[in-house]
Design a protein around this ligand. Structure first.
Ligand code: GRF
Length: 215
């Protein structure tokens, strides 16, 4: 069974999807700790309700951003997880952390990367009258919302008049695709090759999964 650590900053709906999939046995893993950079967030309540250990690491408690980065690095070293899952963690990992744990850290981002890295993706997608939107799961590198892609889930935008509706549909895709990827990693069916391409043992090809959803 793989040891998983999940990093959050907020609501934690993706965390909940991962907890549920661990509890049902779909993911052959155990969440050893949930780390949040904010104390009063619903994700922490979700972790506690499931009796998962929590750790708060707030930048304000540190002398500087560099000290916070060092603190987070040491915390991750201490936990020594097989898989580090970023699930709405609103801090960019510093280069040392991203490089040291490269191949062990994954992130979910609400856009079809490389389109729309960063914030406000739903708003930008509507403003730009995009036909498609989606989510990307990728290994984390030291660049923002970059790193080898593992999976993408795509939906059609045309039903959406406002960002809330689109966000809600995107969340539904996230709650399917993230546990699915984590399951495959825990089953050793996804890994990074030495040339940094992603290997999906499921279809024996180098490259990432791309699915369309009618949600
Ligand atoms: C998700 O949309 C995820 O893609 C992004 O942050 C959001 C987190 O949502 N990185 P939640 O806290 O899991 O509900």
């Amino acid at each position: 069974m793989k040891k998983i650590v999940v990093l959050i900053s907020g609501n934690g709906s993706n965390l909940q999807a991962i907890i549920d999939n661990c509890n049902s046995g779909n993911i052959n893993g155990e969440i050893a700790c949930v780390i949040s950079n904010k104390e009063d967030v619903y994700g922490i309540e979700r972790a506690k309700a499931s009796k998962i250990k929590t750790k708060i690491i707030n930048e304000d408690a540190f002398q500087s951003r560099a000290h916070f980065d060092e603190g987070l690095f040491n915390l991750l070293l201490d936990i020594n997880a097989d898989l580090i899952v970023l699930a709405g963690f609103m801090k960019i990992l510093d280069e040392k952390t991203a490089n040291y744990f490269f191949g062990k850290i994954i992130n979910i981002h609400p856009s079809l990367l490389p389109k729309y890295p960063g914030l406000n993706t739903h708003k930008k997608v509507i403003e730009n009258k995009e036909k498609y939107h989606g989510v990307s799961v990728h290994y984390v590198s030291s660049q923002l919302d970059a790193g080898p892609l593992i999976a993408q889930g795509q939906i059609k935008v045309n039903k959406d008049k406002n960002t809330e509706n689109l966000k809600e549909r995107i969340h539904k895709v996230e709650h399917i695709i993230y546990p699915e990827v984590i399951k495959l990693i825990c089953d050793n069916k996804i890994y990074l090759n030495l040339d940094k391409t992603v290997n999906l043992y499921t279809n024996d090809t180098k490259g990432f999964m791309h699915n369309s959803y009618e949600i």
